[in-house]
Ligand binder design. Structure first.
Ligand SMILES: Nc1nc2c(c(=O)[nH]1)N[C@H]1C(S)=C(S)[C@@H](COP(=O)(O)OP(=O)(O)OC[C@H]3O[C@@H](n4cnc5c(=O)[nH]c(N)nc54)[C@H](O)[C@@H]3O)O[C@H]1N2
Ligand SMILES: Nc1nc2c(c(=O)[nH]1)N[C@H]1C(S)=C(S)[C@@H](COP(=O)(O)OP(=O)(O)OC[C@H]3O[C@@H](n4cnc5c(=O)[nH]c(N)nc54)[C@H](O)[C@@H]3O)O[C@H]1N2
Ligand code: SF4
Ligand SMILES: [Mo]
Length: 742
């Protein structure tokens, strides 16, 4: 391991920032093992170091004791999300697998919530205790009083458990804190999300790519970065709208250092310019859209002069960008973005981005947004009966008419605190670090304190896990079977997750935990068929049944890791391949009838966001290229690459405050919350009115021996958030800080 780790560091150092490494030849795993001979195995599986779910080939060797050891992870060349490459995080899955801080035994809390006192127990004991506590809550309040919050694949199995129990109170931070808002905006406009497994952005063929935030190269979704690199190499025009000179801005032909929170002014002005100069795709607009005249009328007041004042951009740059979009349309795109929970007006900003793509004719065009792939897969539920109707209506959508089915985490939290409209008294927390991912963490703590019971299913003793009453240790993605994943890129495909080695310690797959809980809660009909306490093969058998239902050769899939559904690719509009818009009008709705009906602006309008008070900076945040949120901070391989974060501060401001590059500072927010000490990065690469840090650092759990207390936590300073009235998204860039020497 030491050897491969050194190699990794060398490779990763070369790649840190943006490039992707480790090209892999096209060989099935069986053929590879045969070619090498000896005691080597290769296993095709799917990465879970982030949610891009790249195809991975794990190389497994026996050590001197005869134990299987994963020695290398490479990108699967058959899988379109990886194309034979992995990012640094993907390769560092081995660091997660062999992290000595991992949870390896079930635990029951013995001290006060949050003080870290636990006893190790057997699975029998942990499951029985969990069931006893859940049943007490269900008996007293009803099933709806049990809620779940989850992120990533393990959540599926507990969704099954909660639904079987009769609770629909299930929510995911990937909606209100991430991309749900954007998905709704695009559904209102096109009747489709801009992607499910990945954004359907035809980067590699695009002539003009506009990025709002979207910091590709730091946001390291694998295949997307590969295509972005291709586009840059090909000389595509990159227009980067970001208050910070990001990695993507460094590759851009035009960097627009926008005043944070004024993006809508720029978007509406561009729409005006594109329409009034006739730079839009007239035939396309005529054929596929409704509401063009209303749009034209609504944006005509947004002048370049006004926009320049509002955004603090140069008039010439504003015009040049719009002209480029018009000149190269339809082979252009405004990237839809992914983390869009910024200012609380985020559905409308995402709508404005969708509208520009629409009038330029980019939807369904080369270099724009490719069409949803074809290739339907049959429904498969393995004979599980229909779920009972929940005893009470779920509260997960709050009062937000367009909140999606994925639910609003902050609403679950609010209802838990207030007990209105009904009590929520138990939480399942599964693969999400709520103390770090939800804004206003003091409210998360308050909600947890008011619960009768909280159970966590996780790999690591994170801040949130260390508040649980019971901790159920999941094994890592390299040690378990999981879903057969439907992957939608330009084509539809199916990928597999299967174990490279046996689970370490007492850790178990989430499907097994969920299944055992179903049985013990009195719902055996929802458990995995033929599963038992001492057998981990039941899920593989289920996968075979699923593959059969889908008409897929399971053994080939297990060998190659990814299978394409034939003839599913049809990315562009042709006379034979016409787009289907699932909106009320069956057209692209520039004027949204659904928003209008619910008394929201049917066409986006500009509204000012609150500026930072005198002497304070807006706190903005983003991604470390070598970490995923808080989930990888303790990974020994990635930790070697980045141990703590920095706060970016403009050079002039640093001089004014008497701060020097690389010294420790603390930040204090508008509510007097003070951060951990954090290194300051003094740079010209950020505007004077904001400071920037990457998310995920500042862990409070002492059991994370590497990550504990390293760097600052942006979430701690995000004590305020502004809720989007349309979708319930939590705008989090509405906090202000001062900086001083630590
Ligand atoms: N390495 C790595 N990659 C990841 C992840 C990870 O954890 N690690 N997470 C993945 C996930 S789940 C998501 S959702 C995505 C998120 O990644 P993105 O969707 O790219 O996130 P954004 O918030 O759009 O981008 C952050 C950028 O927005 C800029 N910004 C801040 N305020 C403003 C503003 O007012 N206007 C504009 N125009 N820009 C602003 C910041 O300076 C920063 O460069 O990343 C994904 N990729
Ligand atoms: N302040 C601030 N808040 C944010 C963001 C931000 O940039 N700044 N980003 C937002 C976005 S875009 C998102 S998507 C969310 C992400 O929010 P989360 O998904 O909550 O973020 P993570 O920190 O990755 O937490 C994942 C948890 O899952 C555990 N885990 C990892 N792998 C497995 C597994 O295989 N099984 C199980 N059972 N557990 C596992 C990890 O140990 C960790 O505890 O955060 C949102 N919140
Ligand atoms: S982008 Fe990186 S971390 Fe995410 S799934 Fe792919 S290899 Fe894994
Ligand atoms: Mo996200």
């Amino acid at each position: 391991m030491a050897f491969s780790r050194r190699n990794f560091l060398k490779l990763a150092a070369m790649s840190a920032g943006s490039t992707l490494i480790a090209d892999t030849p096209f060989l099935s795993t069986r053929a590879r093992a045969e070619a090498e001979g000896g005691n080597v195995r290769y296993v095709a599986t799917s990465c879970e170091m982030c949610f891009w779910k790249c195809g991975v080939i794990a190389k497994v060797q026996k050590n001197k004791k005869g134990e299987d050891v994963v020695v290398k992870l490479e990108g699967n060349p058959f899988h379109p999300q990886s194309n034979g490459k992995l990012c640094a995080r993907g390769q560092a899955g081995i660091g997660q697998l062999y992290d000595e801080d991992r949870l390896k035994k079930p635990m029951i809390r013995t001290g006060e919530r949050g003080d870290g006192q636990y006893k190790e127990v057997s699975w029998e004991e942990a499951l029985d205790y969990t069931v006893e506590k859940l049943k007490a809550v269900v008996d007293k309040y009803g099933p709806h009083a049990v809620a779940m919050m989850s992120h990533g694949s393990p959540g599926d199995y507990f969704t099954n458990l909660l639904m079987a129990m009769g609770s629909g109170n299930i929510a995911f931070p990937s909606f209100a804190q991430c991309k749900g808002i954007r998905d709704v905006a695009w559904e209102l406009t096109f009747g489709h999300k801009p992607g499910s497994s990945c954004e359907r952005v035809d980067l590699k063929n695009s002539k003009v790519i506009v990025l709002f935030g979207t910091h590709l190269g730091e946001n390291m979704h694998n295949s997307q970065n590969q295509e972005f690199a291709e586009a840059v190499g090909r000389g595509a025009k990159i227009i980067c709208v970001d208050p910070r000179y990001s990695t993507a801005a460094a590759k851009a032909s035009l960097w627009l250092p926008i005043k944070p929170g004024t993006d809508m002014a720029l978007l509406l002005t561009w729409i005006n310019l594109i329409i009034s100069n006739g730079w839009y795709d007239k035939e396309y607009v005529e054929q596929y859209t409704v509401g063009f005249e209303e749009l034209k009328e609504a944006v005509k007041g947004y002048t370049v002069e006004w926009c320049a004042k509002e955004t603090e951009l140069h008039e010439a740059d504003i015009i040049e960008a719009a002209k480029d979009l018009g000149r190269y349309a339809p082979n252009v795109m405004i990237h839809p973005g992914r983390h869009v929970a910024w200012y609380g007006d985020d559905t409308q900003r995402s709508r404005a981005m969708a509208i520009i793509n629409a009038i330029l004719g980019s939807w369904g065009r080369e270099g724009g947004i490719w069409l949803p792939p074809k290739g339907k897969l049959a429904g498969f539920n393995d004979g599980i009966p229909e779920y009972p109707i929940p005893d009470e209506d779920p509260i997960i959508k709050g009062n937000y008419p367009f909140a999606g089915g994925e639910g609003l985490t902050q609403v679950v939290r609010d209802v838990t605190i207030t007990g209105k409209p009904y009590p929520i008294k138990a939480w399942f927390v599964c693969g999400t670090n709520l103390m770090k991912s939800l804004p206003a963490p003091e409210l998360t703590r308050k909600a947890i304190d008011s619960l009768d019971f909280i159970v966590a299913v996780d790999l690591l003793p994170t801040d949130t896990v260390m508040m649980a009453d019971v901790i159920l240790p999941e094994c890592t993605y390299l040690e378990r079977h999981d879903g057969l994943f439907k992957i939608e890129t330009r084509e539809t495909g199916v990928a597999i997750r299967q174990p490279a080695i046996e689970p370490m310690g007492e850790s178990k797959p989430a499907w097994w935990i969920g299944s055992e809980l179903c049985k013990r809660m009195g719902h055996p009909e929802y458990a995995v068929k033929d599963s038992s306490m001492d057998d981990l093969q039941a899920w593989e058998k289920r996968m075979r049944r699923q593959a059969k239902a889908w008409g897929i050769d399971f053994d080939k899939l297990a060998d190659e890791g990814y299978i394409t559904i034939p003839d599913s690719e049809a990315p562009y509009i042709t006379p034979e391949n016409q787009p289907v818009f699932k909106t009320p009008s069956k057209k692209i709705e520039l004027f949204s009838s659904e928003l209008d009906e619910k008394h929201f602006d049917p066409i986006p309008k500009y509204e000012k966001v609150e500026p930072p008070p005198e002497g304070m900076y807006r706190l903005v945040y983003g991604r470390s290229p070598v970490h995923t949120f808080s989930r990888t901070i303790n990974d020994q391989w990635l930790w070697e690459l980045q141990k703590e974060n920095q706060v970016w501060l403009n050079t002039k401001e640093a001089a004014r405050l008497g701060l020097k590059d690389n010294q420790y500072v603390v930040l204090e927010n508008q509510d007097k919350v003070v951060s951990n000490k954090v290194l300051v990065k003094v740079t010209e690469r950020i505007r004077q009115d904001c400071v920037y840090m990457v998310h995920g650092f500042g862990q409070n759990s002492k059991r994370l021996t590497r990550a504990y207390n390293k760097g600052a936590d942006d979430q701690q300073l995000i004590t305020r958030y502004k809720v989007d009235p349309i979708t319930g998204g939590t705008g989090m860039r509405v906090n202000f800080v001062t900086i001083k020497e630590a």
